[in-house]
Design a protein around this ligand. Structure first.
Ligand SMILES: Nc1ncnc2c1ncn2[C@@H]1O[C@H](COP(=O)(O)OP(=O)(O)OP(=O)(O)O)[C@@H](O)[C@H]1O
Ligand SMILES: [Mg+2]
Length: 321
């Protein structure tokens, strides 16, 4: 079943900024979904529309088959959003904030769950402080607790780990994995692409308000990530125009040890052989050579670089989720 179906969503802000153009996305129930994009891509705009703090210009959204706008209160009780921006009343303690938030969702505070959230998010020692006494990372974790207080079926996290230290980030992700294993659908934005690759089973990439691709993570890494032939010459090689031209089909990229050549997406042995021979013709025999698979960050940079949309078109991608 689809947890969240977004159909042709557009947002133009009052000042004329087009933040989203025709974005369609299906988030399967039970998925751990990464929504990625460079700064200003439109991620928070999309999330804030889901959180009902920004109004869409056009398009339709349904949550478990219920229309988000027409059945707002039904949907609200099933979504928990961790916004990118933080705002708390500075005179409440974290425990009071969570009890108060329960009320906003029409629930009686469940103090066992609230205490579990405070413990899991490492806030229990700070539960009696006023929120203004919390550090930035603590406040962000309180935002996460706030989004979970009514046990939502869809958890939406807009950069929940910005400013959170490495150890706590790990533990936060462990907690999200548990919630996901227990049935919650999770939609996440982050600029930590290694974490997204490790955690998420689906990925969508948006850039300048438009969806570039949306697909299962494994399929993305299998079909879009390509391989690179990394050649070790014991130091940087001469990639002057003349030489770079000879290697142009392999999109040579300098590395600390020498050079990396991109092998075709569906490369066979012959592509490898041709790349290797071309490098030998330019630089001689390397000291060492290896093949490296592109990771999500490589793919992200390639897709969001200039001409990305064109390359996706050539690849026959339909950019539908
Ligand atoms: N309230 C607003 N009024 C006008 N334009 C806005 C407003 N909020 C955002 N924008 C613009 O909409 C576009 C998308 O912004 P958004 O915050 O959704 O990006 P983002 O993908 O979340 O970026 P980041 O990674 O920096 O958080 C940007 O061009 C931004 O300047
Ligand atoms: Mg944002």
């Amino acid at each position: 079943m689809t947890a969240l179906a977004i159909h042709r969503l557009c947002k133009v802000y009052d000042n004329g900024n087009q933040a989203l153009s025709d974005v369609s996305l299906d988030i399967p129930e039970g998925s751990f979904y990464a929504l990625l994009g460079p700064n200003g891509a439109g991620k928070s705009t999309l999330i804030n529309i889901l959180a009902d703090t920004v109004r869409a210009s056009s398009g339709a959204i349904s949550l478990f088959g219920h229309d988000l706008l027409a059945e707002r209160s039904w949907c609200k009780r099933r979504i928990g959003v961790v916004p990118q921006e933080m705002a708390f009343d500075p005179f409440f303690t974290p425990r009071e904030v969570l009890a108060f938030t329960s009320g906003l969702f029409g629930c009686k505070p469940d103090y066992d769950w609230i205490d579990e959230l405070l413990a899991r998010l490492e806030l229990i020692d700070h539960a009696k402080k006023n929120t203004r006494q919390l550090s930035g990372g603590m406040r962000r974790r309180l935002l996460v607790a706030q989004a979970l207080v009514h046990r939502p079926k869809l958890v939406i996290l807009d950069e929940p780990t910005a400013g959170v230290d490495v150890e706590l980030r790990r533990r936060l992700w462990d907690f999200m994995r548990e919630l996901n294993a227990a049935g919650a659908t999770i939609l996440l934005t982050t600029h930590y692409l290694d974490e997204a690759e490790e955690l998420c089973d689906h990925v969508a990439i948006i850039d300048r308000g438009a969806l570039l691709t949306a697909r299962p993570m494994q399929e993305m890494m299998r079909e879009i990530a390509s391989s690179c032939l990394c050649l070790n010459y014991g130091g940087p090689v001469d990639l002057s125009t003349e030489i770079a031209d000879k290697l142009a089909t392999f999109e040579p990229r300098p590395s600390d040890e020498g050079v990396c050549l991109k092998l075709g997406r569906q490369q066979g042995g012959s592509t490898f052989h041709r790349a290797y021979q071309a490098a030998v013709a330019c630089f001689g025999e390397p000291l060492d050579a290896g093949i490296r698979r592109e990771d999500l960050e490589d793919v992200f940079l390639r897709l969001t670089g200039n001409g990305a949309a064109k390359r996706m078109d050539e690849g026959g991608d339909d950019a539908a989720g």
